[in-house]
Design a binder for this molecule. Structure first.
Ligand code: KIV
Length: 289
């Protein structure tokens, strides 16, 4: 009889939790948080890589609008359309259905598809939910709070995104660290308001490790997922191409190339899962702050 551990891509290493995994859901993410188990997330854009990530034990897959940069060759995420996000979300969902169907799928609402009104946000979210996403992500704080509340009240789980918000790169003046000095308190207030509005996840991108650790303690009902935000968050996310060392530009300092020492994408993703779960990634010493 075939071992239940075996996937089309190989047998997960013993430390991988994949063998005993059930489909990830919001209650399951809450349980992980309560047990102190770190949440693992990677971006995914197509069926094959999504299937490998599922087999390797990744808890959550973000169909990020970073696909504009890594798949379409754009210089920012601003040009990504909702129809493109729908296409990639459907592809990722079909991919995980070919393996274990385990990961929680987050669809990114692209620029210009939720800013106009709460109703516009609901229409856009419906496109991604009907494509198979379990949750949608939108960027920013303050004005987004009422949009988040509107979506959550209507049955759409929401992941917020604070710190470096790539869709507003032109307003921010570049891909820079956020949340230093006086802006830290503003970010804290925005995060508390988003939790209050019902956001159950919050990506924190390129903010000081001390701030993201503080936010994580302040947000028991909203799971913080860090990217370049230190090791104090409830989970971690990386852009898949970055952690495989195949991006078009220079990797940010906080990224680790998980292909180093591995023989396959599957092994690299399993190594990422192990490193996040055992706390060996990220390494705060590698951060500029
Ligand atoms: O689009 C994306 O991939 C993201 C991550 C950088 C968190 O938003």
């Amino acid at each position: 009889m075939t071992s239940p551990n075996v996937t089309p891509y190989g047998t997960p290493p013993p430390a991988s939790p994949v063998a005993t995994r059930k489909p990830v859901s919001l209650p399951r993410l809450n349980d992980m948080r309560e047990r102190g188990e770190k949440i693992t997330m990677l971006t995914a854009y197509d069926a094959t890589f999504a299937a490998v990530a599922d087999a390797a034990g990744v808890d959550c897959l973000l169909v990020g609008d970073s696909l504009g940069m890594v798949c379409q060759g754009l210089t920012s995420t601003v040009g990504v359309s909702l129809d493109t996000m729908r296409y990639h979300t459907e592809s990722v969902v079909r991919g995980i259905q070919r393996v274990q169907g385990t990961p929680w799928i987050i669809g990114d609402l692209p620029f210009g598809t939720y800013q106009e009104s709460r109703e516009q946000a609901l229409r856009s979210a419906s496109v991604l939910m009907q494509a198979g996403a379990h949750m949608v992500k939108l960027e920013g704080g303050g004005w987004t709070t009422e949009t988040v509340r509107f979506l959550v009240e209507r049955g759409v789980p929401v992941c917020a995104h604070l710190g470096l918000t790539p869709q507003t790169v032109h307003s921010l003046g570049g891909y820079r660290f956020q949340g230093r000095g006086d802006s830290a308190d503003k970010l804290l207030q925005e995060a508390l308001a988003l939790q209050d509005a019902g956001a159950s996840m919050l990506v924190l991108e390129m903010v000081p490790a001390t701030l993201s650790a503080e936010l994580t303690l302040a947000l028991p009902r909203c799971h913080t997922i860090g990217i370049g935000a230190g090791d104090g968050t409830a989970g971690q996310v990386l852009v898949m191409h970055d952690m495989l060392g195949v991006n078009l530009g220079k990797n940010p300092k906080f990224v680790r190339n998980f292909m180093n020492g591995q023989h396959s994408v599957f092994e690299a993703m399993a190594a990422y899962v192990r490193a996040v779960k055992d706390g060996s990634f990220p390494d705060n010493a590698l951060h500029a702050w």
